[in-house]
Ligand binder design. Structure first.
Ligand code: GLY
Ligand code: MN
Ligand code: MN
Length: 455
């Protein structure tokens, strides 16, 4: 396990205390989750906000940031002899608080008493056991707990965690070095006759060998038109496209989120090359546009226009490009958002409420199919890290439905789409730091030019 310097956590908690002004913020750490019976558990993942303020990635700890007393308190118990026998020696609580610059520790059983009569703030819980834990602790029903999270705390935590400090950027770079190693190994391994599972297995192996793991369920599929495809049983054949959306989470919990699309044959077909280059153009132009002060919604719509313009040149769309995008016709081929924030969570802070993370008073979520899925729309600020991930997909079921409905027939050349029904999909994704001067693509270069990924 690794920690930042104690001063980092102390400063983060002091910032939050100042933002809240009063009241007590409680951060219940995660506990082990049963896989198929109680003591056979899923790999443990600490809650990201607990990690951010209290650092430790062991189960059974909670944290208190008490703005009334000005104190930070770690909640948990020292290991007893049975714990030591089964899990080895653990740091004592009095040592733990020094490692993260906290003021005090209290045993888990004292927490209920500590909370009594205080104004408690907590974030929306997402594990059922944390809902029950809070209900018991705060003498409330589970329904009251589910709706009783503190919007003040939500807003303060989003504001703080959205801006990545230099030591966090270092960690994200590290996650991307591992992610780059994964994609390098994949690029060398793609070949007809292998299963998707073998390629995913390479990713798992490279991540594990680097003391990391995958930050989310890998998307590693020759059916990339299914956006969150989590099957891995298909055999790679000549002519297929393999879409690999795979990112590592490093030892400190920071995520990478990179997509590359590889031809299974040594080279792209001319049809694949044409669509690939268009996705790449949309990606690179969108990255160029990333800058503090620019609304991400506008960059998303810019990508949609590049895609619509390119598809018009290829002969799959027609009419006025601006009108097509305003109407949402491009979403037949690009039905998702351009990207999202990334950090300790791959969709950073998503559980605190997507609309509070990616939207504000000046930008409301669109109701239109496609653009409605955009997670990040508001003006970019220095220190944000976002993904840029346009794609073009041919989803036969969606094409058929829209054609039957006669939808956007002035913009879409349905009669030209037959040869593309089995095309599947292509996405290219990078992680970009926002600065006042423009974009910084994090991590080492991960090849994406056609000539660099053909064998
Ligand atoms: N890896 C999931 C996403 O790109 O949003
Ligand atoms: Mn991704
Ligand atoms: Mn992503």
């Amino acid at each position: 396990m690794k920690l930042f310097d104690a001063s980092v956590y102390a400063a983060r908690r002091a910032n939050l205390m100042a933002a809240l002004g009063k009241g007590v913020a409680l951060f219940p750490g995660s506990v082990e989750q049963a896989f198929n019976y109680k003591s056979n558990t899923y790999p443990f993942r600490q809650d990201s906000s607990f990690l951010y303020y209290f650092g430790f990635s062991q189960p059974g700890l909670s944290g208190i940031i008490d703005a009334d007393s000005g104190k930070s308190i770690l909640v948990g118990n020292d290991a007893d002899i049975e714990d030591v026998v089964w899990m080895g020696p653990q740091p004592a609580m009095r040592d733990r608080i020094k490692q993260i610059g906290a003021d005090e520790f209290i045993p888990a059983e004292s927490l209920h008493g500590y909370m009594h009569g205080k104004s408690i703030h907590y974030l929306p819980p997402y594990h059922a056991d944390r809902i029950f834990y809070l209900a018991e602790l705060l003498n409330k029903s589970t329904e009251e707990i589910k709706s009783g999270h503190s919007m003040e705390l939500v807003r303060a935590v989003i504001k703080q965690r959205s801006h990545k400090a230099p030591e966090e950027i270092d960690q994200m770079e590290q996650a991307l070095y591992i992610t780059a190693a994964i994609h390098t190994q994949i690029r060398k391994s793609v070949a007809p006759g292998k299963y998707e599972a073998q390629i995913r297995g390479i990713a798992e192996g490279v991540a594990f060998a680097n003391q990391a793991r995958l930050a989310y369920q890998a998307i590693c599929t020759i059916q990339g038109q299914t956006l969150h495809n989590n099957d891995y049983h298909r055999l790679l054949k000549e002519g297929d496209m393999l879409l690999c959306d795979i990112g590592a989470e490093n030892i400190m919990g920071y995520a990478g989120d990179i997509t590359r699309s590889y031809p299974v044959s040594p080279t792209f077909s001319s049809m694949q090359a044409e669509i690939y280059d268009l996705v790449l153009k949309a990606e690179m132009k969108s990255i160029e546009a990333v800058k503090a002060g620019v609304r991400y919604l506008d960059i998303h719509l810019g990508a949609a226009r590049i895609i619509a313009e390119g598809l018009k040149q290829i002969g799959l769309m027609k009419g006025d490009v601006d009108e097509a995008v305003a109407a949402g016709a491009h979403a037949l081929f690009f039905p998702h958002g351009l990207g999202h924030m990334i950090g300790l969570d791959v969709h950073d802070l998503e559980n605190l409420g997507e609309n509070y993370v990616g939207y504000d008073d000046t930008v409301q979520r669109s109701q239109q199919f496609g653009t409605a899925y955009l997670r990040m729309a508001r003006a970019l600020e220095p220190g944000f890290v976002i993904t840029v991930e346009p794609g073009i997909y041919f989803i036969p079921e969606l094409i058929d439905m829209w054609q039957d409905e006669g939808k956007f027939k002035d913009f879409i050349c349905y009669d030209k789409l037959d040869p593309y029904r089995n095309f599947t999909g292509i996405r290219i994704e990078d992680n970009v730091l926002v600065t006042t001067d423009g974009p910084v693509i994090l991590g080492p270069p991960i090849p994406k030019m056609r000539s660099d990924i053909e064998r």
